[in-house]
Write a protein that binds this ligand. Structure first.
Ligand code: SDX
Length: 377
């Protein structure tokens, strides 16, 4: 019995999964049944990654082993560094990340996805190496030398150190780790689904993650966090927010950082990100972008709430990264560094009962046509 065509597969279940759940009406996000707010309060990105991949929180020795395994796999091959060095420095960091991740698969075994032990190490390598690749690209493209990871620093702190070669403010590492938790997983989003389609062909995990990175880059998905900050900079001040919002909505342009396929209330992650903004500003001073964002949210809310359009995860995240001095085109790679845990969790879950994704279509073309020689066209 053919199913009805649903544009964008809206509302169509593409998988059965126990990894995360979103209640779009009540604004609830749970990872393995635990609310994401609670994980931000009590957990770390690596502990949350373990929860997502293996279905439960690790005990003390499991967590120590997991953190050690990831920490000791942060380094990247010098040939990957060389690959990054020859890429055009004006290129987008998501392209550099996707190319380098695909190349990882040339150095490490991954083809036999039935090998559970090797799958564990593939997941460890990808979670461990994405931050190193992002930081390496950020430095190499501006002519700075590559700063190797430090095994004596926790995950978030090490990333911020690799970016600047300076030790970050302790609060920055805490806030950044919470941002990674918030971005780690989100049910059947486009980049997770893209990875699952690739995984269903039994491709290796490096190729699966490269597929997901490609999908995440788009401005309707992960690329929105970069667009939001450029929009806020464009607007300039809260006083100009009203005319800017009107102009965008009149012109049928989407307000970046607003709207969601599932949430019809404010994305709970946006609320946590605002709290993180407050924590940061209390110590490092406020951000003019934040005042503009709050004004935009207020004005847009009046116009869009009847459509159930509210801020999503991308609306406030970039304000935090900007305050930390991170360049705006690195924002989506930061999203990828976190979401790789969700992508890998779905990869491992799907492998248990894999079925090749091959949907149907409703054909709208013609039949029984014949070739026409060029002199008769
Ligand atoms: C992420 O799926 C996930 O879970 C994604 C994510 C995750 O964690 O993985 O949550 C992360 O990608 C968040 C979304 C980031 N993208 C943006 O902020 C880009 C702006 N948002 C929109 O493009 C849009 O809201 C989407 C793409 C997010 C969702 O769009 P849908 O579900 O396909 O809905 P639609 O584009 O068909 O819009 C329905 C209506 C339309 O109006 P009408 O033509 O029916 O009159 O709502 C309007 C749209 O014009 N609308 C907006 C709007 N988003 C939807 N109008 C103005 N501004 C917006 N942002």
């Amino acid at each position: 019995m053919p199913h009805d065509f649903m544009p964008g597969l809206a509302g169509v279940p593409a998988a059965k999964s126990a990894i995360s759940d979103v209640d779009g009406t009540r604004g609830i996000l749970e990872y393995r049944g635990i609310r994401v707010e609670e994980l931000c309060q009590h957990s770390s990105f690596l502990e949350t990654s373990y929860l997502l991949l293996f279905g439960r929180l690790p005990n003390a020795s499991e967590l120590t082993q997991w953190v050690n395994d990831v920490t000791h796999h942060r380094r990247i091959k010098f040939r990957i560094v060389d690959l990054l060095k020859v890429m055009p420095e004006h290129g987008h960091p998501m392209d550099a990340l996707q190319a380098a991740v695909a190349a990882l698969g040339m150095f490490y075994p991954g083809r036999n996805v039935k090998d559970v032990e090797n799958n564990y190490w593939s997941a460890v390598r990808l979670i461990a190496k994405l931050p190193t690749i992002v930081a390496a690209w950020a430095r190499l493209r501006r002519g700075d030398e590559y700063i190797p990871p430090r095994d004596d620093l926790p995950f978030a702190e090490n990333f911020l150190y690799m970016l600047t070669e300076n030790m970050p403010h302790p609060l920055w590492s805490e806030v950044f780790d919470d941002c990674l938790i918030l971005h780690a997983e989100h049910t059947m989003n486009a980049s997770t689904f893209a990875g699952m389609v690739t995984a269903s062909t039994l491709a290796d995990p490096y190729t699966v993650v490269a597929s997901s990175i490609g999908a995440l880059k788009g401005p309707l998905h992960g690329g929105a966090n970069e667009e939001v900050v450029m929009m806020l900079r464009d607007i300039g001040t809260p006083a100009q927010a009203k005319s800017a919002v009107e102009a965008r909505l009149q012109g049928k342009n989407k307000l970046m950082g607003f709207g969601h396929r599932v949430y019809k209330v404010k994305d709970p992650r946006a609320t946590v990100l605002q709290d993180l903004c407050m924590r940061l500003f209390n110590v490092c001073g406020t951000s003019p972008l934040y005042e503009v964002a709050v004004a935009v949210e207020q004005l847009a809310g009046e116009r869009l709430k009847e459509k159930g359009i509210y801020p999503n995860v991308d609306f406030y995240s970039g304000i935090i990264y900007d305050k930390m001095g991170i360049e705006v085109d690195l924002f989506t790679p930061l999203f990828a560094m976190a979401r790789v845990s969700g992508w890998l969790a779905h990869w491992l879950e799907q492998l248990r009962e894999n079925k090749l994704y091959r949907p149907d279509q409703i054909y709208s073309g013609e039949h029984d046509r014949h070739y026409v020689p060029i002199d008769r066209r």
